[in-house]
Design a protein around this ligand. Structure first.
Ligand code: NAP
Length: 498
């Protein structure tokens, strides 16, 4: 590594600064290294790498995208033990990638990114961090993802609660749930994974459901040793299996934009509810009344069976008040509890609000995003040269693996970073007209799509009801558009011109 650092001033100079060590940040670091660009630093706020797969350790935490697709294309782990890997295995996989591709030495741990300012004369970003250290680089890549700031609901009186309170992404493993009375708030992707696990332990579980999710059975099973050996010995077989799986997942998109197919999928899910849920009242409570796909479609084979348990009750009357030892619902009923667990998700469309990112001419990102966050291809924002977002606005998915999107973006960003790192270009800044026409195009595709018109409210939409998170189409279309940056989309400045 050739970065210069002055320890007493705690100022580090490098070519590329990457923020985050989840799939995005780590993947970017690996691909830079493979491209022969060694002068980069990765900032990680925690003491270890792994992003969301390091933070989320709640019981039952696992991926709901098959592992064959939820992994880097260049590192297709033949040893996945299950169809849908669990948190520990994915976290180990990321550790393995960091070791194998020798990017660990580039990571600065315990460094929390708080903001960045662009210096147009120098063509550099200066990154500020919580402990005062400063990082200066020619380019800045955000790999912070969308799901890392836990969202806590404002429940009246919660500050008076004397029991234990924690969020699914900050699970308190020291608190023994055995024999306790527990309130779980939320029934999203995280809650439906931990509820079956804790239901067996706790004395009583009150599950506060605001909106029932659409759930399909999860076809999870161990991958036999013989198949793992085959993948190891004949990698081509694994690559073929991954390719086939890609198209199967891609086909799920048909059910999202074709209402007739969506209705068939809803019918199948309702049939699953009828089979899995015995009590007619409970069945009615867990049956969604909005179009499938409007919120993320969840996979679980043990959630409904857990709800059938005598120590679990699904509460739909909402939380009216929290008292020191109980939760009172909208119908006035008081539920004594020892702990409250939030499965209430994350800050998504406002995830960058707390950061101070200042681009050209002192323009703040918050101002640029005053009417909602948007970027060209989800990666670049006009007025913020040499800044790249991985999994930025409108590049999230409901039907396929986000790792595929991340890899497409890394390729694209790399095609921009090469000329910057090689000293050919000092600055590249996406043209406002290009960004605007891209966003008009995708918002036109999103306006009548199921996420907005499906009759639900989800974190895909911002406070104005505009979808700022989902890529409205097949992922191969995104891949086609991001194979290489077209520099005509950008205002570029050559390095020697100043
Ligand atoms: P989520 O999907 O946003 O679910 C949050 C839940 O909390 C919803 O049921 C929501 O109800 C409820 N809620 C939020 N605020 C509430 C309030 N004030 N009062 C009552 N209920 C409230 O969050 P998540 O389950 O943590 O999952 C977030 C995302 O993480 C997922 O969509 C997915 O992308 C990702 N994830 C992925 C996996 C995976 O396997 N790949 C696993 C876990 C999570 P409403 O529906 O009514 O808003």
């Amino acid at each position: 590594m050739v970065q210069r650092q002055t320890r007493d001033q705690r100022s580090y100079q490098t070519k590329v600064i990457i923020v985050g060590t989840g799939f995005s940040g780590l993947g970017m670091a690996i691909r830079l290294k493979q491209a022969g660009i060694d002068d980069f630093i990765v900032l990680e706020k925690a003491a270890d790498l792994g992003g969301t797969w390091r933070d989320n350790t709640y019981p039952g935490c696992a991926c709901d995208v098959p592992s064959l697709m939820y992994s880097f294309s260049f590192e297709q782990n033949p040893s996945w033990s299950r169809m849908f890997a669990r948190q520990g295995e994915i976290s180990d996989y990321l550790q393995h990638c960091a070791d194998k591709y020798r990017v660990r030495d580039h990571i600065h741990y315990g460094v929390e990114f708080t903001g960045a300012e662009y210096d147009e004369d120098a063509g550099t970003w200066t990154v500020s961090t919580a402990d005062g250290a400063e990082y200066v680089g020619r380019a800045l890549v955000s790999g912070v993802g969308a799901l890392h700031i836990p969202s806590y609901p404002e429940l009246p009186g919660v500050e008076s609660f004397e029991g234990e309170v924690f969020h699914s992404a900050e699970w308190n493993h020291d608190f023994d749930l055995a024999g306790k009375r527990v309130a779980v708030i939320g029934t999203g992707a995280s809650a439906i994974q931990f509820v079956p696990r804790i239901a067996k332990k706790v004395a009583q579980l009150h599950l506060f459901q605001r909106t029932p999710p659409w759930i399909q059975p999860k076809p999870d099973r161990p991958i036999p040793g013989s198949v793992q050996r085959l993948f190891r010995n004949v990698p081509l077989v694994q690559r073929a299996a991954r390719a086939a799986l890609y198209w199967v997942l891609e086909a799920r998109y048909f059910a999202v934009f074709n209402r007739r197919l969506g209705k068939i999928a809803e019918h199948l899910s309702k049939r699953y509810i009828r089979k899995a849920v015995k009590d007619p009242q409970l069945r009615a409570a867990v049956t969604p009344d909005y179009a499938m796909g409007c919120k993320r479609i969840l996979l679980s084979s043990d959630y409904y069976p857990a709800l059938n348990r005598s120590n679990v009750d699904v509460v739909t009357s909402g939380v009216a008040e929290v008292r020191p030892r109980s939760v009172v619902t909208g119908d006035g009923q008081e539920h004594p509890v020892d702990a409250i667990i939030y499965g209430t998700g994350f800050h998504v469309t406002d995830a960058f609000d707390h950061l101070s990112i200042v681009g050209r001419d002192g323009r703040k990102l918050q101002d640029a995003w005053r009417n909602g966050m948007e970027a060209y291809l989800g990666m670049t924002v006009s007025g913020f040269p040499n800044l790249f977002f991985l999994l930025g606005p409108n590049t999230g998915l409901g039907h396929n693996s986000v790792v595929f999107m991340i890899e497409s973006q890394i390729n694209y960003v790399l095609s921009c970073l090469r000329p910057i790192c090689r000293g050919k270009l000092r600055q590249i800044d996406v043209r406002q007209s290009v960004q605007d026409s891209f966003n008009s195009e995708i918002q036109a595709a999103l306006t009548d799509a199921v996420w907005s018109a499906g009759g639900c409210r989800s974190w895909y939409l911002d406070e104005n009801g505009v979808n700022r998170t989902i890529w409205p189409g097949f992922t191969w279309r995104y891949w086609l558009r991001t194979r290489k940056a077209d520099l005509a989309d950008y205002e570029t400045t050559a390095r020697q011109s100043r």
